[in-house]
Design a protein around this ligand. Structure first.
Ligand SMILES: Cc1ncc(COP(=O)(O)O)c(C=O)c1O
Length: 380
């Protein structure tokens, strides 16, 4: 596969900024920001917005989001956050008292609190899966799934250290024991190939502002075909059958629009965020998720070798997301390391005892060289 050449020209990132922190927030491509600005300007003159446009942006974007994960567009709903999507999933999964909810140790809080609440409400029990030492987290999760498991909620890569979960194997095991599978792909969708046909999850949630390079407060939910007749979180006018005819909205309908659209958030027709999100997702698809993955894997392979030589080992490539480095900091690392790096316009994040380094296609060799030189100085 041919790697993608540097794409910095599509972003507003000055040469003296080394932004290695997509896992915290991806930068908008300039074209996406412009699309959002045009959308905001439309609100100066609301009479120029025809009724049909309340439907147009979501209609155009739904198939692109589906394409990201190998889904059909009828399975896609618009949500403002991962937590909203997880709440939709929790609302529509039934668990019995004593059934187990499997989570990963150090999982992202939105994907923990949702299930703690569900456990309280149903009497189900949370079991947290850990992997000791260098053991595979993915294998540990696979082995923890038993006939008592009612639900597995996890990610494709863990947000703290990039540990990779083999979702095809997890999906197959969940089906074997009849457990539901809910995936938060916020830290992988757009940078790592994923296909719902191989994994067959019940629900997938993705916040769009990281690896999809979208605006904040815009993401999506995927619901499997047998999960599309559930209960939405909100009772809304626009996802009902016949909503296109504004003059007849008071002919109240119980019937929803077909597919997962019933789960769309209120005011989904966001004239600012949707065009920006569309442009960002279109850019991801134009590059190709497989080529993005291969290009970031190549960059990170070299970077992991350099970090290892500096005494900051990341996980072995087979055990981590190819786009994601969580380098273990030595005990002697200064507590304010990320603050010192920020002062030099080098942006990474720290999660637990790991330095989280997440470059993208805008990352240059000069960025990486500057980062490594600074690390050497501050750790030396
Ligand atoms: C794994 C993961 N999921 C979700 C989110 C964002 O969650 P929410 O959209 O609920 O704010 C983050 C943000 O860091 C994350 O790392």
């Amino acid at each position: 596969m041919t790697l993608i050449p540097n794409q910095r020209h599509l972003f507003d990132i000055p040469d003296d900024v080394a932004y290695l922190n997509v896992a915290t927030m991806g930068p908008l491509p300039v074209a996406a920001a412009e699309a959002g600005q045009r959308g905001l300007a439309r609100k100066l003159q609301p009479w120029t917005i025809p009724d049909a446009d309340f439907f147009e942006d979501t209609r155009r974007l739904r198939p692109l989001l589906a394409q990201l994960i190998g889904a059909d567009e009828a399975g896609i709903a618009f949500v403002p956050s991962a937590s909203y999507g997880l709440a939709v999933a929790a609302r529509n999964i039934t668990l019995a008292k004593g059934q187990k909810i499997l989570l990963l140790e150090d999982q992202f809080p939105s994907n923990v609190y949702t299930w703690r609440e569900m456990a309280r409400a149903t009497g189900a029990q949370i079991e947290t899966v850990r992997a000791a030492g260098n053991a595979s987290l993915s294998d540990a999760l696979l082995q923890a799934i038993t006939p008592e498991t009612g639900l597995v909620a996890c990610a494709n890569v863990r947000w703290t250290d990039g540990a990779r979960i083999d979702l095809t194997a997890i999906g197959a095991r969940c089906r074997e024991v009849g457990a539901a599978l809910v995936l938060d792909l916020t830290q992988s969708c757009g940078a790592m190939v994923f296909d719902v046909r191989a994994v067959q999850p019940d629900f997938v949630v993705v916040a769009g502002y990281k690896w999809l390079l979208g605006p904040y407060a815009m993401g999506f939910l995927y619901a499997a075909p047998h999960r599309r007749d559930g209960t939405p979180l909100e009772q809304n006018w626009i996802n009902r059958e016949g909503a296109e005819d504004f003059s007849r909205l008071i002919d109240y309908r119980d019937q929803f629009a077909p597919g997962a659209e019933r789960y769309d958030m209120g005011e989904r027709s966001n004239f600012v965020l949707l065009p920006a999100f569309h442009a960002a997702v279109q850019q991801i698809l134009d590059w190709g998720v497989d080529r993005i993955e291969a290009t970031l894997a190549h960059r990170n392979r070299a970077l992991a070798g350099e970090l290892e030589a500096l005494g900051l080992p990341a996980m072995a490539e087979a055990e981590r997301g190819p786009h994601y480095l969580g380098a273990l900091l030595p005990d002697t690392a200064p507590a304010d390391l990320t603050t010192r790096l920020t002062a030099e316009k080098i942006f990474v994040s720290k999660r637990g005892n790991r330095l989280r380094i997440t470059p993208h296609l805008f990352t240059s060799d000069a960025d990486v060289a500057r980062f490594l030189a600074a690390l050497k100085r501050h750790l030396g």
